[in-house]
Design a protein around this ligand. Structure first.
Ligand code: FAD
Length: 293
């Protein structure tokens, strides 16, 4: 079988202050030369203005670094008029790619009824301007609100039918979960590329936060690492990076459509992963043969 090209992309998040914005810009500077296929910029459901955070950074990435950017857009608390304003601004700035999301719900905040689900937002954007490229989120271990896998995949298919061009997964730490999920998608007739979301775990606090909030399970193999190196930050970081690299090697070898790296705004993470795996991506691209010694 002819190997297809695997993409490599990064995710960054805007900050809440000018100082941390500057540190993100410095990180982007240090990522220069890694040439990801795109960099996506997250948004917050509760942020005052998408324009001053996510959009500003996405525009900076395209203009200063000549890398395509993807704007995350959560619509649970937006009405159609607000989405129209955002889409107009994105068009004007030549930001043509959106990761369309519903976003998390907060029981005490009244939500808009215009976009009950991400599929409603995707449908709206595609009718507004079909030239927007749309990504959507997916969950190898199931979305926490879903009753079961069948329901989850059925809802995912609605997003693809509404116009999602590619899917990006929630972070996962057991590749078998991803392969099973990918197969379920294929069986359901979902044929768009599915990019695998990989987050290297580099410290204990981060691991605890993920275990607490992200609704993903850490496999025994990783829990053993956490256990053994809990009090040795350098060893934990090294083991966490090696674990992520091992996941990526396996995924690229199995022909995954893309690796989407949750960089946590740290250029060192992006560069270490890039240095360790770039030859695999090149092999997928060029099909070159390495000479034996
Ligand atoms: P949906 O696809 O709408 O799904 C939400 C739930 O509703 C699921 O359980 C689904 O099965 C169900 N559902 C969907 N359609 C229907 C239907 N027609 N009828 C009944 N049930 C239905 N959050 C942020 O705040 N900012 C970000 O930048 C951000 N980026 C993300 C990037 C990625 C790659 C991923 C995987 C997640 C990201 N999230 C982000 C988190 C996301 O906002 C939450 O997981 C949120 O709870 C669901 O958003 P969604 O777009 O997947 O929702």
């Amino acid at each position: 079988m002819k190997p297809s090209k695997t993409s490599l992309s990064f995710e960054v998040f805007p900050s809440t202050s000018k100082a941390t914005d500057d540190s993100l810009f410095a990180s982007l500077e240090q990522m220069e030369g890694l040439a990801p296929n795109f960099i996506s910029v997250t948004c917050s459901n509760r942020q005052a203005s998408l324009e001053d955070s996510t959009v500003k950074i996405a525009e900076h990435i395209q203009q200063q670094h000549q890398v395509n950017s993807i704007v995350h857009l959560t619509a649970a608390y937006l009405n159609k008029g607000e989405v129209d304003t955002i889409l107009t601004s994105l068009q004007q700035k030549n930001l043509q790619h959106i990761l369309a999301l519903r976003g998390d719900l907060y029981p005490n905040i009244p939500r808009s009824t215009d976009f009950p689900y991400a599929s409603d937002l995707i449908d709206y954007i595609k009718k507004w301007d079909p030239s927007f490229s749309i990504s959507a989120a997916c969950y190898p271990q199931g979305h926490p609100e879903s009753l079961n896998t069948v329901e989850d995949i059925h809802h995912l298919k609605l997003k693809v039918e509404a116009g999602a061009d590619q899917l990006i997964t929630q972070m996962f730490f057991d590749n078998q979960n991803f392969y099973q999920f990918q197969e379920n998608c294929w069986l359901a007739g979902i044929e768009v590329p599915i990019l695998a979301g990989i987050m290297p775990i580099i410290n204990k606090r981060q691991a605890e936060r993920i275990l607490r909030t992200a609704d993903v399970q850490l496999p025994k193999k990783f829990l053993a690492i956490l256990d053994k190196y809990a009090d040795n930050p350098v060893a934990l970081r090294d083991a966490g990076m090696a674990y992520a690299i091992d996941q990526i090697v396996d995924l690229v070898t199995q022909g995954v459509s893309g690796i989407h790296l949750y960089t946590m705004n740290k250029a060192k993470i992006a560069r270490t992963i890039y240095d360790a795996t770039q030859s695999l991506f090149d092999l997928e691209t060029n099909n070159t043969v390495v000479e034996s010694a």
